[in-house]
Design a protein around this ligand. Structure first.
Ligand SMILES: [Cu+2]
Length: 75
């Protein structure tokens, strides 16, 4: 099957992220994800500790980027 070289498959990942206490935290998490994948779509529900990402990146890569910002990501 032919895939255009620049278009990779995106996957929906739902991550359980703890430590986000305000809008600034949401922004930090979003920025970290976008650095990894500028095309990523990020939705955050802070009350539910839920970060939903549509991205070409693996779940582990996303979790690592969020951890580097100082937040806890459940395995
Ligand atoms: Cu904050």
């Amino acid at each position: 099957m032919f895939h255009p070289p620049l278009k990779k498959d995106t996957m929906k990942q739902v991550l359980d992220v703890h430590g986000m206490t305000c809008g600034h935290c949401e922004k930090s998490v979003t920025t970290a994800i976008k650095l990894l994948d500028p095309q990523a779509e990020v939705r955050i529900d802070r009350g539910q500790n839920r970060v939903e990402v549509n991205s070409t990146q693996t779940r582990e890569a996303l979790a690592e980027a969020i951890r580097e910002e100082g937040y806890q990501v459940a395995a």
